[in-house]
Design a binder for this molecule. Structure first.
Ligand SMILES: [Zn+2]
Length: 176
């Protein structure tokens, strides 16, 4: 078996390694070494150092990934805000509009219930179904309006939380 002479990258001691050996431990300083070969030279590199470099590279890759994610979030949120603003201009809705919707729904429901009870008291029996059905419709309007508002608030809160989280992760990685 052919052996090659290399020097330990850490302490400089001469080492003999077999032709095909890739990893060797220095007999003198016990460094873990990787044997690297180029066309006309052979040298060693400390494995710990390689791992460190790989770690750094993975770290910066992670930063890039996180920053991309952050930009994507901002973009999405930006588009959402833009379309919300456009909707506001178009229909005059938004928070005030939703509040009106909810109030209208509640009011409508109350009126229908009063009407229904009146019908029942008057002995109109079957006709009470109509205002009761309309009352249910009123409840549906109220719930839908409320839910639209809640959904928007929730998605905004989620966005802000996610954004803070990402920024924290990026800052932590940059400190490494
Ligand atoms: Zn050594």
């Amino acid at each position: 078996m052919e052996t090659l002479s290399v020097r330990c990258n850490h302490c400089g001691a001469p080492l003999q390694v077999a032709d095909k050996t890739r990893f060797v431990t220095c007999q003198f300083c016990h460094s873990s070494l990787e044997v690297k070969r180029t066309e006309n030279s052979i040298f060693t590199e400390e494995v710990a150092k390689i791992a460190e470099n790989t770690g750094k590279m993975a770290g910066s890759l992670e930063i890039i990934t996180l920053q991309n994610e952050l930009e994507r979030l901002d973009r999405e949120m930006g588009v959402e805000h833009l379309s919300a603003a456009m909707n506001k201009n178009k229909s005059g809705s938004g928070t005030a509009g939703r509040l009106m919707g909810t109030l209208f729904g509640v009011f409508f429901t109350v009126v229908c219930i009063v009407m229904g009870t009146g019908f029942l008291k008057a002995g109109a029996g079957i006709f009470a179904i109509v205002p009761i059905g309309m009352a249910l419709f009123g409840v549906a309007i109220s719930v839908a309006s409320l839910r639209a508002g809640l959904n928007e608030d929730t998605s905004r809160a989620t966005y802000l939380t996610r954004r803070e989280d990402l920024e924290r992760q990026i800052a932590a990685l940059k400190q490494k």
